[in-house]
Design a protein around this ligand. Structure first.
Ligand code: ZN
Length: 1030
């Protein structure tokens, strides 16, 4: 990338669209006419905000200083205000628009779908009758879970009455009738402070059970017992900021009851208290990026903690599962636009969790109106009614919810596990399914052309399957099948009773049919011996093949036919460009363009065959996972669609060869073992809901968007990440908090219908400084990366690169002009965003977006797939690896895990300045670890860790550390093991010297250094500063 690469590609005359809405922008090539002229309305959009009292600002510097933030929101006080720095940024004209993710679409519905997202293309989704929208062929019913609610029963009138319905009976709880709502009389009088209502021994408490582990965990949480409750609190006419006595959610004059729990009802006071102690938090400390160089924290970058009262935050969803780019949500879209930061969620919904409360209940309590699952952030108006935190509807508490199986007590609905855990899993009752849950079904589709057999991959696959056949997730119903293909398709009859597997060749690839439909997919436990026979003989069966062609498309069509009746998982192994039959592709990559300075062609699919087939698969609950093992160009941009739209996953092993590339083989073996044995969910759907006023408009990841917010996931696995973008459709003025809920309904491999629910609660703020203070720089980076992938495909790579750079420029400009009160020179950033420019630069140098450096097209496309698919933590390591010096580690600050001491060396900046010839450095790049040995590395390290006498004796292609009985050896091995344990995949280790081929890869990750085609970090900062000062 030359420095001109940053220059606007299309900027002439373009103005900075103010971006009232962030959404759709990313979709349109920047030169397609959304260069809206500056909107005068922009500055006036927040009339007279300044005079209003400070909003629920967690740390509002305006308390100490003359309200700079509020003033900056005022139309008249923008840069021309005398309070502002003179002319750092000219007031009315914001920097010329080069290319931004944030553009202006005021009050328009999101213009979606773009070409690049996972919606079906317009042609596929334009008709309402399109087959996937209703799942006609799949009689699973989602009404109960995911669809619009049933008509409201008459008592919905309760919502708006000032008093509880008159005819409420007060019934002693032990009668087991309706517990009734507290009578009006009670509301004025605090109940006796004695024990809660008598416990009822419910012998029929059966419907509910929690896992023992969950119980223990739940029991530990100490909630205050019932407080003097049901006090009538007059509804204050709330200003938008907090009032101690205010209920968090105001509804029209409904009587508010102090909630007998700590949750949302006490929010007001707690937040108000926080407000009082407001001070400039560390997150807002002003950092001059040009001066402070060591910005990386010594260890992992931790996500910001939402500024919520402690008791609420304690219940909040783990950031490992659910994160928001902004942990303080802006009150209005206008405010969000001013911050120039993207608003979105990052999810890792099916992550392997060590503790997951699981409940079985015949009644899953959900909002009657919006179908939100009851969660820790709802409010209980009284024991019998709860108010939804997403739509604010008041719901009844069902009778059986009154019993708390954890405390075995009655009358404490707020202590139920559903209200105590932001992540919880339900075993769904029968109304969540229409047909019996499908069995686990696995189909392996194997390339057996000459090219494929020559790589030796078949041995690895078959051996791995043999080793793990008993560990495949499933039960007695589990089915398995195999298809192999070259220029023809081969099915295998594995029916019980046969003496050996029977191969059936279908050579008519124009119209693939199933030769014996009933015996190709067999029960694993009944036919295990035949399956094992087949796996033992497969590698030899094709060892002498001279067939070079690959009919992948027809093989996939066969797989689709075979799995259509049940749904399931297809694992496809492909080693070359498919050349015959449907879906045949032609080489598109021009090696001469690998180092293109500007744009890269062919990032989008060459045919819609794979996407269409994927959508057919999705409709039949089939996911297709693609393993691409190849030295040649395979057109992943086209092939990848088969996984992307069917919610599958893609693995890519460039230059795979059992003998020539043993480290790839090792990685493939480890990945494949994980793949075979990890948890899997079938026929899944995920819905993400958010509090009224917020709207989700763009999804990133592998799935098909079945309806506006329902993601169809024929399979879901614990290693898949998702991201969504959001906008603020209605101002959140009355709200102190908002919530987001992701509900994943799936069939477990044991045939249970389960629902995993995650709920995240975040505060709403009204000042720019609070928004900045809550910015989660890693989440922001990850979301921008996904947006940039879309932009690369829908517009161009250079467009996406510009937009990334502009994202940094825009947000720092906004911070400078609207948040900072004290003028100072330099490139200024709030501490919480100080890594933002570094991460953006790392993205620009990442394989997906780099220019000027040779990158194979498939590798680039795969890097893009990873950005959209990997959960945040792994994604960040791929983009910005962690570098450690490991030859001088000590036990200082070490962790002690299972009586193992794990040293914690400091994370170093990614620059050769940090390397020294007398040391050894470990780089954690997510899927790969590099251990670079300096030429003058200490003899102690060489002998005690590597087991060699000299630098020259370090073997080339060393992949493992010998297990030496020395302190140094066990220290570094403990550290590497610990790093590996942090992730579900297995990063391979390369021990490299200066002479190693991989040295270039290692050095390429030195993000902060200059290369022939890319700026150094410091140059990049200067570029940003120059743009900001324009
Ligand atoms: Zn609701």
């Amino acid at each position: 990338m030359s420095s001109s690469g940053f220059a606007s590609q299309n900027g002439a005359g373009a103005t900075y669209a103010n971006g009232l809405s962030q959404n759709p922008v990313a979709l349109y090539p920047s030169n397609q006419g959304y260069m809206t002229p500056p909107q005068p309305g922009y500055l006036n959009a927040m009339p007279a905000k300044a005079p209003t009292p400070p909003a629920p600002s967690c740390y509002n510097p305006s308390r100490q200083q003359p309200s700079p933030v509020a003033m900056s929101q005022h139309p008249l006080s923008l840069p021309s205000s005398p309070n502002h720095r003179p002319a750092l940024v000219p007031p009315a004209h914001t920097p010329p628009l080069t290319n931004s993710f944030y553009q202006q679409h005021p009050q328009q519905p999101p213009r979606w779908p773009p070409p690049a997202v996972n919606h079906a293309s317009p042609a596929l989704i334009s008709t309402p009758q399109q087959p996937y929208s209703t799942g006609t062929s799949t009689p699973l019913v989602f009404q109960n879970t995911m669809q619009s609610p049933a008509p409201l029963p008459p008592y919905s009138a309760l919502n708006n009455t000032h008093m509880p319905a008159p005819a409420l009976n007060i019934v002693a709880p032990h009668t087991h009738h309706s517990f009734g709502k507290p009578p009006a009389a009670l509301r004025g009088t605090p109940p006796p402070s004695g024990p809660p209502p008598p416990l009822v021994t419910h012998n029929d408490a059966g419907p509910y059970s929690a896992q023992p582990g969950a119980m223990n965990r739940l029991m530990g949480t100490a909630y205050p017992s019932l407080q003097p409750a049901y006090q009538s609190v007059p509804t204050p006419q709330k200003p938008p900021h907090m009032q101690p006595a205010a209920q968090p959610y105001s509804t029209a004059a409904a009587p508010q009851y102090q909630q007998p729990t700590v949750s949302a009802a006490q929010l007001g006071p707690s937040l108000a208290a926080l407000n009082l102690q407001s001070q400039m938090p560390e997150a807002l400390r002003v950092v001059n990026l040009l001066q402070e160089r060591s910005l990386l924290p010594p260890g992992a970058v931790t996500p910001p903690t939402p500024c919520l009262p402690q008791d609420l935050q304690r219940l909040n969803c783990s950031p490992e599962v659910f994160r928001c780019t902004l942990t303080s949500i802006p009150q209005t879209q206008t405010l969000l636009n001013k911050a120039k930061l993207p608003l979105g969620l990052l999810l890792h919904p099916f992550k392997d969790l060590s503790q997951l409360p699981v409940v079985t209940s015949s009644t899953i309590v959900r909002c009657r109106s919006c179908r939100t699952y009851i969660n820790p952030f709802v409010s209980f108006l009284d024991q019998r009614r709860w108010k939804c935190n997403l739509c604010y509807r008041v719901n009844d508490v069902p009778e059986e919810f009154m019993y708390n199986p954890v405390s075995r007590s009655y009358g404490e609905p707020h202590k139920r596990p559903e209200v105590q855990n932001a992540t919880i899993e339900f075993i769904a009752p029968s109304e969540y399914m229409l047909r019996p849950p499908q069995p686990a079904v696995y189909l392996f589709v194997l390339d057996v052309s000459h090219n494929a057999v020559e790589t030796g991959y078949l041995d690895v696959v078959c051996q791995s399957l043999l080793d793990n056949l008993n560990s495949l997730p499933g039960d007695a119903r589990t089915k398995i099948g195999f298809i192999t293909f070259d220029s023809t398709i081969h099915f295998y009859n594995l029916q019980e009773g046969l003496s050996q597997p029977q191969m059936l060749i279908v050579s008519d690839i124009e119209d693939v049919f199933l030769p014996t439909p009933d015996s190709l997919l067999v029960n694993l436990s009944e036919c295990k011996e035949l399956v094992q026979d087949l796996l033992r003989s497969l590698p030899q069966m094709f060892s002498k093949t001279m067939e070079t062609q690959s009919a992948l498309g027809p093989a996939l069509q066969g797989a689709f036919k075979l799995l259509s009746p049940t749904g399931g998982r297809v694992s496809v192994f492909q080693t070359q460009l498919p050349a015959v039959g449907a879906g045949a592709l032609k080489p598109r990559e021009e090696p001469s363009q690998r180092a293109a300075v500007k744009d890269v062609q062919h990032l989008s699919p060459a045919t819609d065959f794979y996407k269409k087939l994927a959508l057919d698969c999705s409709g039949q609950q089939i996911a297709v996972d693609l393993f691409l093992l190849s030295a040649q160009y395979c057109d992943l941009a086209s092939l990848g669609c088969i996984s992307r739209y069917s919610a599958g996953c893609v693995y890519y092993y460039p230059s795979y060869h059992n003998h020539h590339n043993p480290s790839q083989t090792e990685r493939f073996q480890k990945d494949f073992k994980r793949y075979l044995t990890r948890k899997i969910g079938f026929e899944a759907v995920m819905r993400i809901r958010c509090t009224k006023g917020l709207s989700i408009h763009t999804f990133h990841g592998n799935f098909f968007v079945r309806s506006t917010d329902l993601l169809s996931l024929p399979n879901v696995n614990p290693d898949a990440g998702f991201a969504v973008q959001m906008s603020i459709e209605e101002n959140l003025l009355d709200m102190q908090v908002v919530s987001f809920q992701a509900a994943l309904l799936y069939t477990s491999s044991k045939g249970e219908r389960r629902i995993r629910v995650h709920t995240l609660c975040l505060p709403v703020v009204s000042s720019l400084s609070d928004i900045f203070a809550g910015a989660d720089v890693q989440a922001v980076t990850a979301l921008l990366a996904s947006m940039a992938v879309d932009r690369s495909v829908s517009a161009s790579l250079s467009d996406a690169r510009d937009a990334l750079t502009n994202a940094a420029i825009d947000s720092l400009t906004s911070y400078r002009t609207s948040v900072l009160t004290i003028q100072q020179p330099g490139l200024l950033s709030p501490a919480c965003l100080c890594l933002f420019p570094l991460y953006i630069l790392a993205l620009l140098k990442y394989k997906a977006f780099r220019t000027g450096t040779s990158a194979r097209l498939d590798e680039r496309v795969f890097a893009m797939c990873q950005l959209k698919y990997q959960p945040l933590a792994y994604l960040m390591l791929m983009v910005h690896p962690a570098l450690y010096r490991v030859d001088n580690m000590t036990d200082e600050g070490a962790l002690n895990i299972n009586e193992r001491t794990v040293p914690q060396p400091r994370v170093l900046q990614l620059t050769v300045e940090k390397l020294s010839g007398d040391g050894a450095f470990l780089m954690d790049h997510g899927t790969v670890l590099y251990l670079w040995i300096g030429r003058n590395c200490s003899p102690t390290f060489l002998t005690q860790v590597l087991g060699v006498q000299s630098y020259a004796a370090v073997p080339q292609n060393m992949k493992q550390l010998p297990e030496l009985d020395t302190t140094e050896s066990s220290r570094i091995r403990a550290f590497i093991d610990w790093l590996r344990e942090q992730r579900p995949f297995y990063p391979i280790l390369h021990i490299i010297k200066d002479e190693s081929e991989l040295k270039a890869e290692f050095m390429h990750n030195m993000t902060e250094d200059r290369t022939e085609s890319a700026l150094s970090y410091y140059e990049f900062l200067l570029h940003l500063q120059q743009q900001i000062s324009k």
